[in-house]
Design a protein around this ligand. Structure first.
Ligand code: GLA
Length: 379
């Protein structure tokens, strides 16, 4: 990733004009609430995707990613940006989203991407790819869009052209992250507040089980929530308090939809409670809320898996750990673990050994720091 400028030159035989970097994210709590009008509490992390780019005179868009080197350079024309079922559909979809927002590009460009986010691990490699593409286009063409609009363009690209009906959390965190802080985001209004993470350490454990968000399961959860909201005559589920939900829940005829709704409503409350706990320095309470969040994702939302449940259960028993839960869309991916700083060193090998004993492979672990969102990066 360090050599994105040099690598660009090697590949395209010219110097890039601009280099940007967009981070991945980890969500501390508030899962599957962002398309239900609720709160999320993610932070951007130090891992992400860099992109070097140079404008072209003609209408060709050429994309290369060191992370998908086997695909070689993929070339599109501005007049034909149809999806091809490959990784470059993500940056191409962002170009299409810009056009839909009124910024039609007049000339092409060469792009070189390189990242260090594991793909399909629930750390938002897709959002980082979308946001970094948007940032590069903004710089190359001097387009007056804010970082928040870069997030919206990424989400639009993904909803409309990739076919995943994701919420705004991942792109927002990638675009708007702030070093040392998590973001308490109201996905309904896009109002947000930065919350200092303080002394707690955040560690990610990658189960190595690849999730596929594009698989219909994510979109299915979303439509189950929409049916539940319609049955309750609520515009979005997270507008309801747990008390209101309990009163009306039998109006939701389908049992599964009722469970999904219960998760969304209570998870929204947990996200707010966790943000309050962090403010008060009550990390023990934060950790308990993470445990409740995981249980609800497992039992009511049904997006966990055996490997994630195992990692959470073991982490909860290790010294200095405040709490653990699966993070991101689910069906595999990572857990997020909140712990005392002094506990990290012993935690890493301990969780790896336990997982290896049970599943026969050593999981990757990342001690992460809350980081800044997308930006122009010095070469
Ligand atoms: C994925 C989506 C997000 C969010 C999470 C679950 O990461 O992209 O919008 O819905 O799943 O919280």
């Amino acid at each position: 990733m360090k050599h994105v400028v040099l690598d660009f030159e090697k590949l395209y035989h010219r110097k890039p004009q601009i280099t940007c970097f967009a981070p991945g994210r980890v969500n501390l709590i508030g899962e599957h609430t962002d398309y239900n009008g609720g709160y999320v509490f993610p932070c951007a992390i130090q891992m992400g995707i860099a992109c070097a780019a140079l404008k072209r005179e003609d209408d060709s868009l050429r994309f290369y990613s060191a992370d998908f080197a086997q695909s070689g350079v993929l070339e599109y024309r501005l007049g034909n940006l149809e999806s091809r079922g490959c990784w470059a559909d993500y940056p191409v979809s962002v170009v299409r989203a810009f056009a839909a927002f009124g910024y039609r590009l007049e000339s092409g460009a060469d792009f070189f991407f390189s990242g260090n986010l594991p793909e399909g691990a629930g750390l938002s490699s897709s959002a980082a790819l979308e946001v970094v593409t948007g940032a590069v286009i903004r710089e190359l063409h001097g387009i007056p869009v804010t970082r928040q609009e870069l997030a919206l363009a990424g989400q639009f690209a993904e909803n409309r052209f990739i076919g995943v009906n994701c919420g705004i959390m991942d792109q927002f965190a990638s675009a708007m992250g702030k070093a040392g802080h998590a973001i308490l985001l109201d996905s309904n209004t896009l109002r947000y507040e930065y919350a200092p993470i303080g002394d707690a350490a955040v560690v990610i454990v990658n189960s190595g089980v690849k999730h596929s968000l594009a698989s219909s399961a994510y979109n299915k959860r979303r439509s189950e929530c929409e049916s539940a909201a319609a049955a309750l005559k609520a515009r979005t589920l997270c507008r309801l308090t747990p008390e209101e939900f309990e009163e009306k829940k039998l109006l939701i005829p389908d049992k599964d939809c009722r469970k999904r709704a219960r998760h969304a409503v209570y998870e929204n409350r947990r996200a707010l409670d966790a943000a309050a706990a962090l403010k008060e320095g009550d990390l023990g309470r934060f950790g308990r809320l993470m445990g409740e969040s995981h249980a609800s994702l497992k039992d009511d939302y049904e997006v966990s898996c055996e490997e994630l449940d195992f990692l959470v259960e073991k982490a909860q028993g290790l010294p200095g750990v405040y709490g653990a839960r699966m993070t991101g869309g689910g069906f595999g991916g990572c857990t997020v673990n909140l712990m005392e700083r002094g506990a990290v060193e012993a935690f890493l090998p301990a969780i790896q050994e336990r997982y290896e004993e049970r599943f026969g492979r050593r999981p990757e672990v990342y001690a992460v720091t809350a980081s800044d969102g997308v930006g122009v990066r010095d070469a």
